[in-house]
Design a protein around this ligand. Structure first.
Ligand SMILES: *[C@@H]1O[C@H](CO)[C@@H](O)[C@H](O)[C@H]1NC(C)=O
Ligand SMILES: *[C@@H]1O[C@H](CO)[C@@H](O)[C@H](O)[C@H]1NC(C)=O
Length: 357
């Protein structure tokens, strides 16, 4: 679905605003700075960005997935046969405020494949805004970097399933709940967006560790929610003691919901998202919140430095229609990740809105 001409140009101006926000840029087109001022004003009032509903809006999606060279096969639903189109055109409408337009900064996403999903989305949004920009890609070990050369803008993904370390030792792979070695790299960024949860409950061959170390104890297994809480506290302590939050903005990306249990949306017997083409109406998901949400909120509340929760759980729960289902490059049923264009584009709009405030 090609965006209309007027939409392309508005996308263009808002991401130019985004890019112009980086300190490396001096010239801001006057129309763009007016847009920025107007949206700053609308963002200033008291409102909860995360309380709202999905509104059909034909000016979405924010880019044409066919034109974006960065979409992994896992997320490229249109390419892999998804033909319904409603899901592409929903805008998030907070109940008591309007979403300000996108503005960008240098960003590193750190986490599991949900970080990859939102990282790909941002690359597409920026690419759609400046299609002729020179963009170079580098992959080094667990890092993927896109550099928008003309703008000296670097968007990086650090693939890290648990944030804390997994070390290979003589007895096997040890998940170390109190050890976080990559902080020195993270600290150099302007914006950090962390996420972890999906992998904490993996068991059997998909579990990427053999032992858990908690303090002096090395155990074969333990309560996974407790392990998650301990690791998050290690991360929180790192933020508190190591990050200069005057220079680096820190975000934690909330739990991304899956849709495999139709009972949660009053369709008992439904076990995946294959037939879903529309969001849930209204502001509330019948199924309630995943347990990890309260653990994350509790740990974030204990951090004294400013850390912002990207509270995307509720609004994404409403989007049972937003997943690839079988429309992806490996043809497994996937109701965990999200199609691009799609829901992670809105997460990025919320992220960039908060970056400014
Ligand atoms: C990008 O380059 C093409 C070909 O040189 C040109 O036709 C097009 O207008 C350019 N687009 C933008 C947004 O500058
Ligand atoms: C999210 O949903 C839960 C219940 O499912 C509710 O208690 C909470 O207030 C909601 N949060 C927002 C921001 O709407």
């Amino acid at each position: 679905m090609a965006p209309s001409q007027s939409h392309s140009s508005s996308t263009f101006s808002f991401v130019v605003v985004a890019i112009a926000a980086c300190s490396v840029f001096s010239a801001v087109p006057s129309s763009a700075s007016e847009t920025a001022t107007a949206s700053r004003r609308s963002a200033a009032g008291q409102c909860n960005l995360y309380d709202g509903s999905w509104v059909y809006d034909e000016t979405y999606p924010l880019y044409d997935s066919k034109a974006c060279p960065f979409i992994r096969k896992e997320f490229d639903c249109r390419k892999y046969g998804r033909s319904d189109k409603f899901y592409l055109s929903y805008r998030w409408q907070p109940t008591r405020c309007n979403l300000p337009r996108l503005r960008g900064k240098k960003i590193m996403f750190i986490g599991d494949s949900l970080s990859l999903n939102v990282f790909d989305s941002l690359a597409c949004l920026l690419h759609a805004a400046v299609p002729n920009a020179t963009i170079t890609q580098k992959v080094r070990r667990d890092f993927t970097l896109y550099t928008f050369e003309d703008y000296k803008l670097v968007v990086t993904l650090h693939h890290s399933l648990f944030l804390v370390d997994v070390d290979v030792e003589p007895q096997g792979r040890v998940l170390k709940l109190n050890s976080l070695k990559n902080g020195e790299i993270w600290k150099k960024m302007d914006v950090l967006v962390f996420n972890t949860w999906q992998w904490w409950n993996r068991r059997g061959p998909k579990q990427p560790w053999d032992y858990i170390q908690d303090g002096d104890k090395v155990v074969k297994d333990m309560d996974r929610t407790e392990a998650f809480r301990t690791a998050l506290k290690t991360w929180a302590n790192w933020v508190n003691t190591q990050v200069d939050t005057g220079r680096t903005r820190v975000f934690f990306q909330g739990v991304s919901p899956s849709h495999y249990n139709g009972e949660e949306w009053h369709e008992p017997g439904v076990t995946n998202c294959a037939k879903e083409t529309r969001p849930i109406d209204g502001t509330t998901y019948p199924g309630g919140l995943p347990l990890a949400v309260s653990v994350i909120k509790e740990v974030l509340n204990g951090i004294t430095k400013p850390v912002t929760l990207l509270d995307i759980t509720n609004l994404s729960q409403l989007r049972k229609d937003g997943h690839p289902a079988s429309h992806n490059g490996f043809h497994g049923m996937d109701c965990t990740h999200w199609c691009l264009a799609g829901v992670p584009d809105i997460w990025n709009e919320l992220l960039l809105a908060q970056l400014r405030s």
